[in-house]
Design a protein around this ligand. Structure first.
Ligand code: 5GP
Length: 128
């Protein structure tokens, strides 16, 4: 079934994508505990970690969420996952979870695409 964006994260959320807390971190307005950076993305520690290691990997491009990604973003999305794996290795993790919350009902609170990298403790499945 084709994914239909919900009203709360469609056009308005996309327009707002540059104006989130992560947008402000990207332009240096808000500090972060950086663990990796390149020309396409930034990775930094979550301010409210849910595990011993909890890093967020975000694209420099202000995509509001996975729902806002298009064909032209395919390489960027792959890059974010490769960086997530690189960060996990850098943090000494062999077992880790990568999460992309998409939409408010799925737990997305910041409407700038981000990959959570969570590890350092056993994790249950299914998630809550
Ligand atoms: P979401 O709920 O959208 O999937 O994840 C957003 C994450 O961003 C949350 O885990 C939250 O703790 C984190 N977060 C929100 N504001 C800040 C901030 O200013 N700095 C950092 N480092 N993380 C933040």
């Amino acid at each position: 079934m084709e994914f239909m964006p919900q009203p709360s994260h469609s056009i308005a959320a996309t327009a707002m994508a540059g104006d989130t807390v992560f947008g402000r971190i990207l332009c240096g307005e808000i500090p972060c505990d950086e663990v990796y950076s390149d020309d396409r993305c930034l990775a930094f520690r979550d301010i409210e970690p849910q595990a011993p290691v909890h890093v967020l990997v975000i694209p420099r491009k202000p995509l509001a969420g996975l729902f806002a990604a298009e064909g032209e973003d395919a390489e960027l999305l792959g890059h974010l996952l490769l960086v997530a794996a690189k960060v996990a290795k850098q943090e000494g993790l062999e077992h880790f979870r990568t999460v992309i919350n998409t939409g408010a009902e799925a737990g997305q609170t910041v409407f700038h695409l981000h990959v959570h990298v969570i590890g350092g403790r056993p994790q249950a499945w299914p998630p809550g």
